[in-house]
Design a protein around this ligand. Structure first.
Ligand code: ACM
Length: 544
């Protein structure tokens, strides 16, 4: 009997099975036409059956049909799914609910239903069952860094399909950083002409490693972005863009040196990894530039939240620059932390004037938090606690649990091992809500996301290896209400791997990387448990 992943709130099995055949049909309420079309496409790809799709308020004939009905009484992303020997019925209040019901239905069929080309000789049966389900958190996401290594549009679309398969509803795209600028901005073409390309790239994780001597780059045109946003939207997924400020700015400063501090702007994006001193200056013209950029970003991304980064902004350039110190006095600010807070608040005011909400990494708490800002809490749980206690919303993504670029074991064969060991079991233990919060404060935790930084992920094959199956575990942690037990999860995950296989996902096997997944000869930054604890203490101390 196939099991569901994420585990549903309620499921009971009844007698018999539903069999999908060439003669089956699809029927949907007009408001759920989009999820019905997606289901039609998925079934056609794997089975070769093109089910006729009827769009009508009431189904004309429900026998041998999969019917999607609107039920406004259900939770926003909740659904009911019933399969019987005669028919399948899905009920949902929203498109999203129906998308997730369709994903659950697909999991009831043989795993080959995840193929992208027809699988011959399979009886497409699903057991008779009744499922009632709804997600625990409204924010269930993954962040993909498309800067450190650019992912072509088709790869982003493929990743969106994999998020949808796991009922994750948010793709956070990290679009700008020191090493590149990846989104076309019509008003400032040099951002991608100059900022989109770096001459070479550091190999390995430690400074002092070799560089590869090869140019790397790429960017999304505005049409590419519209395609990505529309593709995601048609699968129940919101794309949240991130434009980094005031740090992680080298690519932008290389493109437009007048944005930098002093007159020693770099001429190319950074070729190394790590934290970079090049940051934006605090002139009115630079705030104006960023607002212009954000205006184009807002026009491209319907997301309620716009991420402005805010992390890892060394203040050394501001400290040493006479003009910046003068500006601080002009603004009546006492230190560089207040200056960063002022900077972020100015951007927040602009976003608010355009009807959007500011999202930023937890460093935006330093020097005072912008009103209404939502915090991505990555340095342990301190950011989540501080923000939720002050009435700000939180998306949890603690680096010790859900940084999926971190190594999965201490095996010497792990490809470019970075960070601390983050096993599937550890990822499964993810709970976005710190136990210290009371019930009211806990309502500020919108949910969580896994982060995939791509310094050492230079292809979709590498991304598959890092993301899966840990992201499958995170998806359940964010969806499933009630107690979770890894022992209960593990066999369902084993079954789920067959679905990933059918979808062509080159996930990590439990016993370690396959030979073609290793990256021998490239040494990484490996941390012992003690080093990791010291690292966490250092970064959390910054919040105070
Ligand atoms: C981060 O990992 N620098 C947000």
């Amino acid at each position: 009997m196939p099991t569901l992943l994420p585990r549903p709130a309620h499921q009971e099995f009844t007698d018999g099975e539903f069999e999908l055949t060439r003669d089956s049909a699809l029927s949907t309420h007009p408001d759920l036409a989009q999820p019905a079309q997606r289901l039609q496409e998925r079934l056609r790809a794997a089975t070769g059956f093109l089910l006729p799709l009827e769009v009508s308020e009431e189904a004309s004939d429900t026998s041998l049909a999969i019917r999607l009905d609107l039920d406004p009484a259900l939770a926003a992303e909740g659904f009911e799914l019933e399969t019987t020997p005669r028919a399948v019925r899905i009920a949902a209040a929203t498109d999203r609910g129906a998308h997730w019901a369709a994903q659950a239905l697909l999991q009831l069929f043989p795993a080959a239903v995840n193929r992208r080309s027809p699988a011959p000789g399979i009886r497409w049966t699903a057991p008779a069952t009744r499922v009632a389900d709804a997600p625990k958190f409204p924010w269930r996401g993954a962040m993909l860094d498309v800067v450190r290594h650019f992912a072509p549009t088709r790869d982003v679309l493929r990743f969106i399909d994999l998020l949808a398969m796991h009922r994750l509803n948010t793709l956070h795209l990290h679009l700008t950083d020191d090493q590149g600028w990846r989104v076309e901005i019509a008003r400032y073409p040099r951002l991608t002409e100059v900022g989109g390309w770096r001459p070479e790239t550091q190999l390995g994780a430690a400074h002092g490693s070799d560089t590869d001597g090869r140019p790397h780059g790429g960017f999304y045109t505005q049409d590419d972005i519209r395609e990505i946003v529309a593709y995601a939207g048609a699968r129940g997924i919101t794309v949240v863009p991130e434009i980094e400020l005031p740090g992680h700015a080298q690519a932008a400063v290389a493109a437009y040196p007048e944005l930098g501090v002093g007159d020693s702007a770099p001429t190319t994006p950074w070729t190394l990894w790590g934290i970079n001193p090049v940051i934006f200056n605090v002139e009115e013209s630079t705030i104006g530039f960023l607002c212009d950029v954000l205006d184009e970003v807002i026009d491209l991304f319907p997301s309620e939240y716009i991420c402005i980064g805010g992390d890892e902004c060394p203040k050394i350039q501001w400290v040493e620059d006479e003009r910046t110190q003068e500006r601080m006095r002009e603004l009546g600010l006492h230190d560089e932390e207040e200056l960063q807070s002022w900077f972020v608040s100015r951007i927040g005011q602009h976003l608010a004037s355009r009807g959007r909400k500011l999202l930023g990494w937890d460093e935006i708490l330093e020097g005072g938090l912008a009103d209404g800002a939502t915090v991505l809490s990555w340095r342990g749980r301190v950011g989540a606690l501080t923000a939720a206690r002050s009435g700000n919303d939180v998306v949890a993504c603690p680096e010790d649990t859900v940084y999926l670029d971190y190594r999965e074991s201490d095996l010497p064969s792990e490809p470019i091992p970075t960070g601390t060991v983050t096993t599937v079991e550890k990822a499964y233990s993810f709970d976005p809500v710190p136990a210290e919060l009371d019930a009211e404060q806990a309502t500020h935790v919108l949910g969580g996301q896994a982060n995939l930084w791509t310094e050492h992920i230079d292809s979709m094959r590498g991304l598959d290896y890092r993301a899966f199956p840990r992201l499958s575990a995170v998806a359940e942690a964010l969806w499933t209400t009630g107690d979770r037990d890894y022992e209960e999860f593990a066999p369902r995950l084993a079954e789920h791997l067959a679905r990933l296989d059918a979808a062509g996902v080159e996930y990590r096997h439990a016993d370690g990387p396959r030979p073609w997944q290793e990256r021998p000869g490239v040494s990484g930054r490996t941390r012992s448990v003690e080093e990791a604890a010291a690292h966490l203490a250092r970064i959390t101390a910054n919040i105070g």
